[in-house]
Design a binder for this molecule. Sequence first.
Ligand code: ADP
Ligand code: MG
Length: 679
Amino acid sequence: MGATIGASLLELRGAKRRYAAGAQEIYALRGIDLDIREGEMVALVGASGSGKSTLMNILGCLDRLSEGSYRVTGRDTSTLVPDQLAELRRAHFGFVFQRYNLLPQLSARANVEIPAIYVGMEAEQRHRRARVLLERLGLEERLDHRPNQLSGGQQQRVSIARALMNGGQVILADEPTGALDSATGAEVMKLLLDLNRLGHTLILATHDPVVAAHAQRIITVADGRIVSDVMKGSAEGVASRLETPGAETPRETAVIPGIAATADQTDERPRSATPSREGIWPRFLDAGHMAVVALLGHRLRTALTLLGVVIGIVSVVTMVALGEAARRVIAADLEGVTTNTLEIYPGKDWGDPDATRIQTLTSADVEALRRQDYVKDASPQLAQSALLRHRASSGSASITGVGVNYFEMTGLPIAQGAGFNRDDISRQAQVVVIDANVRQRFFGSANPIGQTLYVGKLPCVIVGVTGRNYRQESRGGSKLNVWVPHTTAGARLIGRSYLDSIVVALRDGEPPAVAEEKMTPFLTSRHRVKDFVVFNLAERIRSGVAFFNSMSLLLAAIGITSLTVGGIGVMNIMLVSVSERAREIGVRIAVGARQGDIQRQFLIEAVVVCLVGAAVGVALSYLACWGVGYFLPSNWELRLSLSAILSAVVCATATGVIFGYFPARSAARLDPVEALARD
Ligand code: ADP
Ligand code: MG
């Protein structure tokens, strides 16, 4: 394609741009009429402050007119919303800035790729196209270099490649050689001229008449007005090249071979920026990548900001873990023990120092209780410790005298053999039920049923072996326990008739609390004084649950408070980040990012910060669980489950979204012209 000059591409009528400066108004543009046609090369010259940059920003749809009209390919821009202007920028314009405006954290290639991200070009195609462009601009050795590892001329070539990434139909170069020495500046100018010859419309703003002299059309701006518009040698310039295409074209393409081919291959050039669905994903990845880059750039700051989030996450995770541990313990309780029992102990109240002297709990109480309509069964308990002996081995054990059905009532399982029957009780039979520890200790793997075990001096025949259950475990896993009929215990072992306690099984459906209320006056009237206490396991479990509930409530409060504090920290750091990176935001908007893209990028950044906090928090929660577990009963097993980790992720994401929203929105609403002007 030659430099054929076509129909009017850009059209300004009566264009004015006003700035409010305090109370008064400054006109940067005071009424400009201008037509620029496809393929033209235009130089805007004028003194500093004459309005060139303002005009360039208007032409590039980065800025809006205060008065007058601007049409791009016949389309009136005054009615367009910001995202439509972004679409126009993506479709038609490529910016080259005096100070290059490359993103310092990204490689040359990644910088060049940015505009393609916003048109939803696939990653692979994007990488390839960026590489081809950079190679053709002589930067094949510099693809992975950061801007600060490149010379000024190289950086400007990277920014030209970026301008070409989406096609670069119109290249707007504002003082492109202003920061370069004259030799490098001349090289960059040559590059831009070559691009113009290959069909790109080139608009160049410069205060340097030597640079402007390269252009065919020179527009002089002064004080916001066009004072001259000269078409230099329009006849020879264009015509001569058209006359000798064979001579011109090979030389031109030799300078930057294939730029035209790259720019014009329709399959490679993104269509005028239809926001495709597939386009969302690369933009997400880009935003995630930028988030990580930004975080790594300020490690200490990020770490300090994260403290609140971390503490919040630890609280939340520990709370969930505690909840699960409590549920497991309660489930184990309910599995091992029927909660439908009450136990009666001597003593006016818990911890009564005279409890051991009270001798009023008797077998007669057991019989009387049995006859109550809310009682299913009752069993006495007499306890003492005694030496067990079998052949040569012996060991100290706790002996409990019990009644019929004791094992069923308390939920203590009989693993082998049987419990006691009525006959055993009435005969004061010398029979014994042993637990798994006794069996292990005296018999190993041999069958203990029918063997004789000396309980103290009394030889007893083993009739049953209990299994393990939670209550037994919680009382000390390796203690030796045996049970004998309470009559045997009272008459032959311990030598007394009063009981240590009574276990009462309630009728099905009888609430323990109600039964306790009925039982207390009944026994009190029998003893004429309330010299006993009632142990209500169901109540005990409930109070355990209540303890757990208040503990989780506390943790939830700490969690919410810390997450809020952490969230405010994140909001703060994000606001700092937005103002620090105003130029980055400006560049992104200039290359065609939608407001939503910018907003999403910063939101994702906030969420990534919080997710890093969540990761640290989950790690610390391992420690926290260990620490809290230390203060909990031994059967409480705190561990981090998937749901605890999941709730950390959910809380962190929510914190990021809530507290990142405002900074992200303010980033998206930045004025790109103002943002690009910042240092
Ligand atoms: P040039 O690029 O030709 O040096 P500019 O277009 O940058 O000129 O500026 C033109 C005029 O507009 C100057 O007088 C400048 O002070 C003024 N101007 C530019 N931007 C702003 C702004 N954001 N607020 C107030 N005045 C501005
Ligand atoms: Mg300027």
